[in-house]
Ligand binder design. Structure first.
Ligand code: GLC
Length: 437
């Protein structure tokens, strides 16, 4: 009987969400991974202009944009080095643009001839070798694939203010486009079998037009463990806020903030507005404190090298993630707002709490509403045990006192210090208003 009820409840739940989502167990590796590297690599790196949008928004003609094909050499491309750098950053997965909205495929597609191997001096598939290196290193592979293809003659959208045809008048053209798109998806699915699909551009059509349900079904029947991002017109598994940090904690089984290091996804030499390592690390701490992942973007140059400023950020990030790995990977969202002025994470068993404090700061920080008494306190990556003091505890009241933790001067991390508190029992929080009852 109980089983029947559970089944009924599940069915109702699926009906409510309108689609089947992966169970949490299949999202586990993703939720534990915390850090991924996004790679926008394409012909837009030749002139250093914005990926696809530059012709769509008429900053450059389509012909002018496509001239960049002639400059994409990948002459110094070393996918093994890319993966080494990704590993060094601490990331557990990477997502690479197999094809952006401009329609240029990084692999040797048989569905048309608009690809790096066929149309550029690089003359070879630059996607497959990277995926092989990721696998060799034990990292998970994500493929970004743009549903939109602004160059394909059967795709209605083209420039911002013009379309090739009206969908209702030419269903056969749209059908041609869908079979082209499905052909490309089949190539990638069968040839590279990614762990994660990162779709983009679903906003131009609805789920029926994209046949999103059928795409999801196909990808999952090929690989029942595959994860799909939330840009498949409602048929994905996790949410993908972009650039903007969610101010309240997303209420989803999984989410990922994708973010550029400067203001551009692809390589743009003129864009020097890089975030500092501290800014990136503090955003990352906020993300994991909310239980999410950060997908941090790099934009390699047309010769396949990664710009020095981006290498620097990855290395600095790597030093920090290496020193604080137990506070990051495999953790869960930390304390709800109100308990601590800063991000925090919890170990999976809830026996350890990690508090993130801006680098260089010292003195007392406070945790409120912690029912547990602390077994041990440490500053991660150092032998330092900060002094603890509980104030305001009334012996006969169940309301916990305030826990002050004293971070000694000069002992913190240069970017973000992590204080680890351990407990005998899983963390339990007092969530009341401090009354005397
Ligand atoms: C946006 C843009 C695209 C970029 C993507 C990354 O959807 O259209 O250019 O690749 O964000 O998240």
């Amino acid at each position: 009987m109980k089983r029947l009820f559970t089944l009924l409840f599940l069915c109702i739940n699926l009906a409510v969400s309108g689609q089947e989502r992966l169970p949490e167990s299949k999202l586990r590796w993703f939720n534990d991974a915390k850090l991924g590297i996004f790679i926008h690599w394409g012909i837009y790196s030749v002139d250093g202009i914005s990926e696809s949008w530059s012709f769509h928004n008429r900053r450059i003609s389509h012909t002018g944009y496509m001239k960049q094909l002639g400059g994409f050499t990948a002459a110094d491309y070393n996918p093994g080095e890319w993966v080494k750098l990704i590993m060094e950053s601490g990331a557990r997965y990477a997502v690479i643009t197999s094809k952006h909205h401009d329609g240029v495929a990084l692999w040797h597609t048989k569905m048309n001839d608009l690809s790096i191997p066929v149309r550029t001096p690089a003359g070879r598939d630059v996607l497959t070798p990277f995926v092989k290196e990721l696998r060799k290193a034990g990292l998970k592979t994500g493929l970004y694939y743009s549903l939109i293809d602004w160059t394909h003659p059967d795709y209605p959208g083209f420039l911002r203010d013009s379309a090739r045809y009206v969908m209702k008048e030419h269903p056969e053209k749209w059908a041609n486009f869908l079979s082209f798109m499905n052909g490309q998806l089949d190539e990638l699915m069968k040839g590279l079998n990614p762990d994660l699909w990162w779709f983009d551009g679903d906003w131009e059509h609805n789920a029926d037009e994209w046949q999103a349900a059928a795409i999801r079904k196909k990808l999952l029947s090929h690989n029942p463990d595959v994860i799909i991002n939330g840009r498949l017109a409602g048929f994905g598994d996790y949410d993908t806020p972009e650039q903007n940090f969610p101010v309240t904690r997303p209420d989803l089984p999984a989410w990922e903030l994708c973010m550029t290091m400067n203001d551009s996804w692809g390589y743009q030499g003129n864009d020097t507005a890089y975030k500092t390592p501290y800014e990136i690390i503090s955003i990352f701490a906020d993300v994991i404190g909310f239980g999410g992942n950060l997908l941090l973007d790099i934009g390699p140059k047309a010769d396949g090298t990664i710009p020095a400023a981006q290498v620097h950020i990855l290395k600095e990030l790597g030093k920090w993630t290496g020193k604080h790995s137990e506070a990051i990977f495999g953790t869960r969202a930390g304390l709800p707002q109100g308990h601590f002025y800063g991000p925090s994470t919890l170990s999976a068993d809830s026996l350890s709490l990690y508090l993130f404090v801006s680098g260089g700061s010292f003195g007392q920080v406070v945790v409120k509403g912690l029912n547990n008494s602390v077994k041990n306190a440490a500053i991660l990556g150092t032998g330092v045990k900060p002094e603890l003091k509980v104030v305001g505890k009334i012996s006969w009241s169940p309301v916990p006192g305030l826990l002050f933790i004293d971070i000694p001067e000069g002992q913190g991390d240069k970017y973000m210090t992590v204080v680890k508190l351990t407990f005998e029992k899983p963390v339990s929080l007092y969530r009341g208003k401090g009354g005397l009852q």
